[in-house]
Design a protein around this ligand. Structure first.
Ligand code: FES
Length: 274
């Protein structure tokens, strides 16, 4: 696990939606990754941010970024041949052990870390249903590819009804859980949405694994910046089980700024977009 940033060259940029782009590059030498793990991506003079893999193959990987905020707007100006600095992979990733039937709930940018998981589930013959949600049709990430791969097992929701069912991903999950019991529900997206996913799963006695986001500095358990109760999101997560999150006092309610100050999720989200 390299802990010093390594320079990689962007091989390809794919515009996924008007505000999301994916950046493809070769894995740093000797590295490989599991779905749900992340890289610390450093843009000298700007900042370093944890970004999950949105594509993982034997040699190549990709990250997907929403062009919002100083760091993201900088990388969104990059093209083929641009240089970025990465270290990692870090974090635990999703576990597929013993899973035969899964529901994946992806909200907004949360689709990015779930993309490699969806593909791995399909490759392993796991019966997979995906709920893909966003505010509007234009913000649905990876929609075309997923329609081809999943057919009737893809359930689209948008807040404004511009594609799929009008409403939230949790409405579709509730409907699915009223008819069937999967071995697991995987989810990533806005934390208020994931709190809703957790509550539904607890009610239906279904296990879930949720991928969380917190402000990070080191990425590997040294600085304490990403603390969630007595856990470190970078090292103990970013993927947590329903058992862990049920006991959390902070999950779904608060997060910490760079200063360590605990604030509401809304205040945290506003700050992260700056
Ligand atoms: S980012 Fe430093 S401990 Fe998690």
């Amino acid at each position: 696990m390299p802990e010093l940033p390594q320079m990689v060259e962007v091989k390809k940029v794919v515009k996924e939606t008007p505000e999301h782009s994916s950046y493809y590059f070769d894995f740093p030498k000797g590295a490989s990754a599991q779905p749900g793990q992340f890289l610390m991506v450093w843009l000298p003079g700007i900042d370093e941010k944890p970004i999950s893999f949105s594509k993982i193959s034997s040699r190549e990987c990709a990250i997907t970024v929403q062009c919002k905020g100083l760091w993201s707007e900088k990388i969104c100006g990059f093209g083929q041949g641009s240089k970025i600095w990465v270290r990692g992979p870090y974090g635990n990733g999703f576990s597929l052990e013993g899973v035969k039937k899964a529901i994946i709930v992806a909200g907004g940018c949360g689709s990015a870390p779930l993309r490699p998981l969806m593909l791995k589930c399909l490759q392993q013959g796991i019966e997979t249903k995906v709920v893909l949600g966003a505010q509007t049709a234009g913000k649905l990430l990876f929609r075309k590819g997923l329609e081809g791969e999943l057919g009737d097992n893809l359930y689209i929701t948008t807040d404004d009804g511009s594609a799929g069912q009008k409403g939230f991903t949790t409405d579709s999950l509730k409907e699915l859980l009223s008819k069937e019991k999967p071995d697991i529900v995987y989810s990533c997206g806005p934390e208020v949405m994931m709190k809703g996913v957790l509550d539904l799963c607890v009610k239906k006695k279904v296990q879930c694994q949720l991928s969380l986001e917190r402000y990070m500095r080191c990425g590997f358990g040294i600085c304490g910046q990403c603390v969630l109760d007595d856990l470190m999101v970078c090292k103990d997560g970013p993927v947590f089980s329903s058992e862990q999150l049920r006991k959390s006092k902070e999950f779904g309610k608060t997060a910490r700024l760079k200063s360590g100050k605990e604030v509401s999720l809304k205040q945290y989200a506003d700050w992260r977009q700056c």
